[in-house]
Design a protein around this ligand. Sequence first.
Ligand SMILES: Nc1ncnc2c1ncn2[C@@H]1O[C@H](COP(=O)(O)OP(=O)(O)OP(=O)(O)O)[C@@H](O)[C@H]1O
Ligand SMILES: [Mg+2]
Length: 334
Amino acid sequence: MTAELTAPPRDIALGLRNLTTEFRTHDGPLRAVNQVTLDVYRGRALAIIGESGSGKSALLRSVLGLLPRSAKITGNVFLDGRDLLAVRRKEREAVRGSRIGMIFQDPLTALDPVFTIGRQLTETLRRHHRLREPAARSRALELLEAVRIPAPEHRFNAYPFELSGGMRQRVVIAMALAGEPEILLADEPTTALDATVQARVMALIASIQQERTMAMVIVTHDLAAASQVADDIAVMYAGRVIEQGPVADVIGSPAHPYTRGLLGANVQAGQTRPPAIIPGAPPNLARLPPGCSFAPRCAESKPACWTNGFPTARARSRTHWAACLNVPGPGGTR
Ligand SMILES: Nc1ncnc2c1ncn2[C@@H]1O[C@H](COP(=O)(O)OP(=O)(O)OP(=O)(O)O)[C@@H](O)[C@H]1O
Ligand SMILES: [Mg+2]
C-alpha cells in the first residue's frame, strides 16, 4: 500500500493514486470517482470502458481539475513526480493544453461558431507557444494536414458550420494537439459522429498517438474500437476501476464478472444471438452498498462480497488485475 502512494517511476506518464471525486448533491455526497489508482504509460494508449454514469468523464475531468468548484477532489495525479492536485491553479492551467491535451465528450461544441477554424487554431498556438503570424499560420496548416484535412489552405478560412461533423472533429483533434501534448485525454471522441466516420476518426487518433508516441487515455463505449486503438484497458464500475490489464488479457480472458458481462452485452459484427444484457442497474453513487458495488447484480457473488468492504485488487499476472474475491490469481493482492 505504501508503495502505491509514492511517486511513480519514469516510464509512467501519468500516475493516479487514490483519486476520489465527490459532488455535493441533494442526496448527499456523490462519489463519481472512488479511490482510482492507475498508471498511464508513456507511448501507450489506455482505453476506459464502463456503463453510462460509471465516472469515466468525471475521472478525466478530475485529472485536469475541470470540475465545478463544489467538487471535492482528493488523492494524487502525478505528472513527472509532481502532484497536479497539489500545485497552484495557475500551474495546473499551464499543464492543461500544453503537456496534457483533452478532447471532450461533446467535441462539436468545442469550436466557437463565430470564428474561422484557422483563427481558433492560431489563437491556441499563440497561447501555448507564443507564436506570432506567420509562424502560427504555418503551424496551424501543418496541424490541419496532420489530422488529414484535405486542402488545408482552403479550409483555414472556413467557419465550423461549413465543415462536416467528421471534419470538425478533426479540427478539434488538431486543437488538442496544438500544445504538442505528451498525454492526450479523449472522452468518447467519436460518439457524435455517424458510424463510418467514427471508424475513420478513431483510426486517425490511433495513428497520431503512435506517430507522436503520446500517452493516451481514451474513453469509449465501443469495445471493438477499444481493442483496436488501445494497448491497455481499464474497466470502471460505480466510480472505481475494477479491472485493468493489456487489451489481449482483459478482452481475451476477463477476470471480473462485470467485464465478462460487458463483453457479453457488446454486439459484434455478424452476431446472430441476442446480446446478454447485465441484469439490474448500476447503484446510486450517493448510496453505495457496503461490500462490492457490483454484488447486487453479480451471478457469482458470495456472502463475503456483500459484507467484507470493497474487494482489494488481485493480480492475475504482473500487468493484469481485478478487484473481485473470486479471482484466484497467482500473484496475490496487488
Ligand atoms: N457536476 C456534477 N454534479 C453532480 N453529479 C455529477 C456531476 N458530473 C457528473 N456527476 C455524476 O457523476 C457520475 C459519473 O458521471 P460521468 O459523467 O463521469 O459518467 P460517465 O461514465 O462519463 O457516463 P457516460 O458514459 O454517460 O458519459 C454520475 O452519477 C453523474 O450523475
Ligand atoms: Mg462521460
